[in-house]
Ligand binder design. Structure first.
Ligand SMILES: Cc1cc2nc3c(=O)[nH]c(=O)nc-3n(C[C@H](O)[C@H](O)[C@H](O)COP(=O)(O)OP(=O)(O)OC[C@H]3O[C@@H](n4cnc5c(N)ncnc54)[C@H](O)[C@@H]3O)c2cc1C
Length: 433
């Protein structure tokens, strides 16, 4: 009977170590180098961060999203989920543990689809934490519907020539290479006519037009690039996963990326929840503590319920991925986690902010980042609405329309059927009266 909610004791020891290490050693980086985790490291940063990464390696917790053959630990997604919920509390922890987005997803697809040459050139430096990477798929005029993409790659002898625009290419400003999705055959269905390319950032024609800033970031000095690819020439060997395979590659990447975001979001929502509870017990108004007001108790109960349901669902989905080793088989539940995630983080962070009063709205507390993060989670890797469609479509595959004029559960039919089924016994009973 393998239906268990306990963590094996050996791994629990590693998690306990990670929890303390993240709180004591890594969390301070968020205040020393806020939002700088994808910047090129200064000597000062290296002096602090390199030894932390080495310590993670010594503990056998580096790059846990990948198998041992690729330098990871081969933990699988369930163990990763338990670790990621610890890492999700801070901005820097994923970088220190070698599991930061978008690099984890990019590493996964190169590991899955890459040739030996591609793995040597791109995957190894990525896994060693020596470089960053970018996933360049969304276009300015089309994001949620990739069939509208127009960025084009045309074959010219032994090379492909890429031309077009991309938007929200995260971390392009510091990435060593980009994975670019482009139309390679406009005459077939988009599902067969697009390919992924591995493109070194210093290739002529790879232009960052603007580094778009999110809310709170300086204008034109953010991390999400508007890209213009202008006659970018790459060798034929740059195609990742074969010509026409972009959708299959994207699905592999985004499946993993989405559930990893969900795992980290548990940690962030837990942090907001912890802050809510601390404040409720600390603040007194109108004759009693906030924790004694029923409306505040309602915030706490609702938040606990939301967080626990979400956490169990994410852990279950991670377990399913480990069981099937096929993101497609778990697509519905990954989409559910993606749909629920922004609401859970938003609701809990909002309530926590609210009970902190005016202080909660200041930049002296972290609620803005959390609430904004919830908005981002509702868009990055696809908008909530589109994931809801996926869930509904997948759910409906398990159902059939009713065959007759009335629904299957129409009570008059049910009564007739019940009477027919027990007709003999019913008559007997009547006869005995
Ligand atoms: C912080 C951040 C980081 C990102 N990083 C990357 C990255 O590294 N690489 C990359 O390629 N992209 C990245 N993206 C882009 C992201 O994938 C897109 O924003 C997303 O796919 C939606 O595309 P869009 O913004 O063009 O919105 P649109 O496609 O224009 O959709 C806009 C809105 O319309 C509604 N909508 C869309 N489709 C439907 C539908 N079928 N039914 C009902 N309503 C619908 C939704 O409300 C949706 O939010 C990032 C986005 C964010 C916010």
């Amino acid at each position: 009977m393998a239906w268990d909610f306990e963590t094996d004791p050996e791994y629990q020891k590693q998690l306990d170590w990670a929890d303390e290490f993240v709180r004591e050693e890594v969390e301070p980086l968020d205040y020393l180098f806020p939002h700088k985790q994808f910047d090129p490291m200064t000597d000062e940063m290296r002096r602090i961060i390199d030894p932390l990464k080495d310590e993670v390696r010594r503990q056998g917790l580096w790059a846990t999203h990948l198998g041992p053959e690729l330098g990871g630990q081969g933990f699988g997604q369930l163990k990763l989920a338990l670790l990621n919920e610890i890492l999700g509390r801070t901005l820097w922890a994923s970088v220190v543990f070698g599991t930061q987005a978008p690099d984890t997803g990019n590493a996964e697809i190169i590991a899955h689809y890459g040739t030996d040459e591609q793995k040597d050139k791109y995957l190894l430096p990525l896994l060693n934490g020596e470089c960053f990477s970018t996933y360049s798929m969304t276009e300015p005029h089309a994001g949620a519907d990739p069939t509208q993409f127009t960025c084009r790659a045309v074959r010219d002898g032994d090379e492909w020539v890429i031309n077009g625009w991309k938007y929200f290419s995260s971390n392009a400003r510091t990435a060593s290479f980009l994975i670019v999705m482009a139309v390679t055959d406009p005459d077939v269905s988009p599902y067969k006519g697009m390919s992924m390319f591995l493109v070194p950032s210093d290739t002529p024609g790879v232009n960052i037009v603007r580094n778009v800033g999110l809310w709170g970031e300086p204008m034109n000095d953010g991390y999400h690039a508007l890209m213009h690819y202008e006659d970018v020439r790459v060798p034929a060997s740059s195609v990742l996963g074969g010509e026409g395979q972009a959708f299959a590659v994207a699905q592999t990447r985004l499946g993993g990326g989405r559930i990893h975001h969900a795992m980290r979001t548990i940690g962030l929502a837990q942090k907001a929840f912890d802050m809510m509870c601390e404040r409720a017990l600390s603040r007194e108004t109108q004759g009693s503590r906030l924790s004694e007001k029923q409306l505040v108790q309602s915030y706490i109960a609702d938040s606990y319920a939301q967080l626990t349901q979400f956490r169990l669902f994410v852990l279950y989905t991670a377990w399913e991925i480990d069981k099937y080793h096929d993101y497609n088989k778990v697509r519905k539940d990954i989409a559910v986690a993606k749909v629920v995630m922004p609401a859970v983080l938003h609701d809990i962070a909002w309530r926590a902010m609210q009970i902190h009063g005016a202080l909660g709205t200041t930049n002296e507390m972290p609620f803005f980042d959390m609430i904004h993060g919830a908005g981002v989670m509702g868009l990055a890797d696809g908008p909530t609405e589109v994931h809801k469609l996926t869930v509904a479509k997948q759910v409906l595959r398990g159902y059939e329309p009713a065959t007759g004029m009335w629904p299957t559960e129409w009570i008059p039919d049910k009564i007739d059927a019940a009477k027919r089924k027990y007709a003999e016994l019913l008559e007997l009973e009547v006869g005995n009266l």
